[in-house]
Design a protein around this ligand. Sequence first.
Ligand SMILES: Nc1nc2c(c(=O)[nH]1)N[C@H]1C(S)=C(S)[C@@H](COP(=O)(O)OP(=O)(O)OC[C@H]3O[C@@H](n4cnc5c(=O)[nH]c(N)nc54)[C@H](O)[C@@H]3O)O[C@H]1N2
Ligand SMILES: Nc1nc2c(c(=O)[nH]1)N[C@H]1C(S)=C(S)[C@@H](COP(=O)(O)OP(=O)(O)OC[C@H]3O[C@@H](n4cnc5c(=O)[nH]c(N)nc54)[C@H](O)[C@@H]3O)O[C@H]1N2
Ligand code: SF4
Ligand SMILES: [Mo]
Length: 663
Amino acid sequence: MPQPSHCPLDCPDACSLDVQVEAGRVVTVDGNSLNELTAGFICAKVRGLPELLYGKERLLHPLLRVGAKGTGSFERASWDDALGLVAAQMKGARDHYGGESIVQLSYGGSNGLLTQDTTDARLWRRLGASNLARNVCAVPTTRAAAEMYGKMPGVAFHDYVEARLIIVWGCNPGATGIHVLPFIREAQKRGARLVVVDPRRSKLARSADLHLAVAPGTDVAVALALGNWLFEQGHADAEFLASHAAEVDGYRARAARWNLATAADAAGVSVDDLQTLASWYAESNPAVIRCGWGLERNRNGCGAVAAVLALPAIAGKFGVRGGGYTMSNSRAFDLDATVAANEPASAARTINMNRLGRALLEATDPPVKVLFVYNANPVATLPDQERVLAGLARDDLFTVVFEQAHNDTVDWADVVLPATAMLEHAELSNGYGAMVLQHHGPVAEPVGEARPNYDVFTDLCDRLDLSREGDPNGPAELADAILGTSGFSREIEENGIALAPTGQRPVQMVDVTPWTSDGKIHLLPATLDDETGGEFYALRPDPATREFPLALISPAIDKMVSSTFGQTVRRQWPMQIHPDDAAPRGIADGDKVRVHNDLGEMHVLVQVTDRVRPGVLFLPKGLWSHHTLNGRTTNALVPDTYTDCGEGACFNDARVQVELLDA
Ligand SMILES: Nc1nc2c(c(=O)[nH]1)N[C@H]1C(S)=C(S)[C@@H](COP(=O)(O)OP(=O)(O)OC[C@H]3O[C@@H](n4cnc5c(=O)[nH]c(N)nc54)[C@H](O)[C@@H]3O)O[C@H]1N2
Ligand SMILES: Nc1nc2c(c(=O)[nH]1)N[C@H]1C(S)=C(S)[C@@H](COP(=O)(O)OP(=O)(O)OC[C@H]3O[C@@H](n4cnc5c(=O)[nH]c(N)nc54)[C@H](O)[C@@H]3O)O[C@H]1N2
Ligand code: SF4
Ligand SMILES: [Mo]
C-alpha cells in the first residue's frame, strides 16, 4: 500500500504524493489527486527522489574537518561530539564578540513550516545572533504584490481553461510548475491565445501565438507602454479604476513616458508584435496574466512586476472566472511558523544573504565568527561566488553546514551535520500556486544518522541553556503551535488536506478583494516610490559595457530545484549562446569557452542555438561545480547589486564577455 505524503519543495504546485516504501526505504514516488492540481502526475525529478535519498552524495554521519578548508576532507564524529563543538564555538563567539558575530544562512524555499523558523528561530533569537534578510528570491515580486494588492490570491490554474488570452510573463512553467500546463493546453484547444514574454524561446514560447523575446530587464517599459496605450485608445476601465484603484493619475503620468514604439525599441522587440499584444489584451475576455519570477531578478525588477500587475486593473479584467493575474498565492493561508519559536524577533543587526561574501569579509562590528548554514546551498546559489568563497576560506571563521548531500558548500565546513530529507521527517506545507495545506509524518526511515532540523535546533538550545518551560518541541507540538485554533488540523484529519479559506478557485475582485489597508488597488504605491527616491517605474540603463556586452541569465531548469538534485545531473551543462553571438567569436556548438567579467571567470561547454535571443546567454541557476569545466558557475559573474526595491538579487544583471577557451 502506498503511503500518502506531499512534496514540500520550492515549487508552486505542492503535489500530494503516494509513496511506496519497503523496509523503511522509498522505492517509488508518484502523484495522487488529493491535491486536485496534482491530478495523479508529478515531475520527473521527484519521481527520481530515491537517487537523492540513497545516492553516494548523501551525508550519513556528522563529520569534522581534517584537511584544509575547501578540500572537503573530513573524519566521522558522533552527534554528541559534533554538537558539543558547535555549541562551544557559539558560546565562545557570543562571549567574546557578542551574539551578532554568529550568522545563520538559510533560505528554506524547499522547506515547509516545521523545518524552518521554528526551533531554529528560537535558537537564533535567544542567542542574539544576526538576523538574516532572506532576499535571494521573490522579494521584488512580493513587495509589488503586497503594496498593490495586499497579496490577495490570484487566478487558480484550473480557471485558465476559461481564459481567451493567457499571457505567461517571465515564467517558465514547463520547468518550474508543470501543473498549469494541462489547463493552458485545454484553453488553447478551446480557442484561447497564448502569449509568452521571455528572452528565451522556451518550449511553451514555441507553442505560443506570440512570443515577445524582450531583452532582460526591460519589461517595465513594455508593461507601462501597454498601460499607456490602454488609456490612450479608450480601453481603460475608468469606472472600475474610480471605485477600486488609488494613484491612477500618478501611474498614468509614469506610463505616459512610454508608447509602443519607444518600448519596443527599449526591449528589442518589434512594434508590430507589441501592437498585437496590446490589441489582443484589450479585446480578449477573460484574460489572465501568469506573472513569474524571471522578470524580478534585475535592477528594474520590482517596477517591472508592478507594471505587469497593474494591467488587469487598468483594462478591467477582474471579476470574471479566468480573468486577472496569478503571482504567488502563499498568502491564501496566513500561517506564521515563527509563533512556534516562542520567542519574539530580536533587535540584532540584519545581514542580507545576497551580500554574504561582503559580510564574511568586511563586517567588523562585530566580525562574523560563526556561520551556520542550513536549508540553503550558498556556494551554488548566492551572487558574487568568488567573494562568498573568499569569505568561507577565512581561517578564523567557524562554519557549520547542516545538509542532506555533500555539495559544494559542505566542502568549506568545519563541522558537517547530516539532515533528514523530505519523507524522512514530518512536514506541514502550503503551496504558493495550489491553494492547499498538507501535513504528514515521516514515511521513510532517516538514512544513516541523519536528524531533522527541529530536533537538532532543540538539542543546541538545550546545550546552550536556552530552552524554556513551555517551548513547543517535536513535530506535533510545533504543528499545534502554528495551526492554533485555525481549524486546519481538523480539516486535514478529516479530508487528508485543507483548502484555503478563500476556496481553491477564487474570482479576483469578487471572492477576494485587495488585502491592502484601505481595500484599494495601489497603482503607484508610496512606499515603493519613496524607496526609489521618486523613481519607481523607471527603466534603469542596461549594465552592459563595450567590454562586457552579453547578458548572462540563469533561470530554472526541470532537472533541479535551485541546487537541489544537482548531484543527480552527472554531466557538464552547456551554456546557450545565439548563432549571431557565437559566429563573430569563432565559437561552434560543443566548444569550450571562457565567460568572464570583473568579478570572475567560468569555463563551460556551449550550445549554439536560437533558443536564446541575440545578446543573451543562458546557463541555469543552482549548478554544482561538477557542471562546468573550472568549477565556477553563473554566480561567479553575478554582481551583488540590489533590485530597485526590496534589496533583492540581480541574478540576470550579469554582463560578460565570451571567448574560445583555447584561443
Ligand atoms: N524544476 C524547477 N522548478 C522550480 C525551480 C527550479 O529550480 N526547478 N525553482 C523554484 C523557485 S525557487 C522559483 S523562484 C520559481 C521560479 O520560476 P519562474 O517564475 O519560472 O522563474 P525563472 O526560472 O527565474 O525564470 C522564468 C523565465 O523568465 C525568463 N526571464 C529571465 N529574465 C527575464 C526578464 O528580464 N524578463 C522576462 N520577461 N523574462 C525573463 C527566463 O528566461 C525564464 O524562462 O520556480 C520554482 N520551481
Ligand atoms: N544564478 C542564479 N542563482 C540563483 C537564482 C537565479 O535565478 N540565478 N535564483 C535563486 C532562487 S529563485 C532561489 S529560491 C535560491 C535558492 O537558494 P538555496 O535555498 O540556497 O537553494 P536550494 O537548492 O533550494 O537549497 C536548499 C538546500 O537545503 C537543503 N535542505 C533541504 N531540506 C533541508 C532540511 O530539512 N534540513 C537541512 N538542514 N537542509 C535541508 C538541501 O539539501 C539544499 O542543499 O537560489 C537563487 N540562486
Ligand atoms: S517539485 Fe513541484 S511538480 Fe515536482 S512533485 Fe514537487 S510540487 Fe510536484
Ligand atoms: Mo526562488
